[in-house]
Design a protein around this ligand. Structure first.
Ligand code: SF4
Ligand code: SF4
Length: 122
């Protein structure tokens, strides 16, 4: 029997997008390096603010899922990174993480913002 792909293929649903914003910018940020992510979901249960989402795999959308971090809600606690069995969640300096996210997160439907997007709003 084929394994069900539970990845969400549409943009972030309103209920997720409306989750409370963090109070301040974290010092470090979790960025999923999807090159190494197996979609095992182990990191998701450790996130205290529920900001890791399942998305379709970039190369195997029909049957593989990976995850990505909503960089607008991550508080930089590093629990996901410590518990990833594949060691594929680098904790980066916040500005570095914002810049690195688009290249490490191969297929972002989470709307990861680039540093220039954030600077444009500020
Ligand atoms: S624990 Fe690691 S390999 Fe598993 S879904 Fe999370 S980032 Fe991917
Ligand atoms: S660092 Fe903490 S808040 Fe950020 S994604 Fe990982 S578990 Fe969630």
């Amino acid at each position: 029997m084929p394994i069900e792909n539970t990845a969400r293929k549409e943009p972030r649903p309103g209920l997720i997008a409306a989750k409370p914003a963090r109070k301040k910018e974290p010092r470090i940020l979790a960025v999923i390096d999807q090159h190494g992510c197996t979609g095992c979901e182990a990191c998701i249960v450790f996130c205290p603010v529920d900001c890791i989402e399942i998305v379709p795999g970039a190369d195997f959308a029909q049957f593989q899922q990976v995850v990505e971090v909503d960089s607008e809600r991550c508080i930089g606690c590093a629990l996901c990174a410590k518990n990833c069995p594949w060691d594929t969640i680098p904790m980066l300096d916040y500005a570095e993480g914002i810049q690195a996210a688009p290249s490490l997160t191969l297929k972002s439907i989470c709307g990861q913002k680039t540093k220039s997007d954030i600077e444009a709003v500020a």
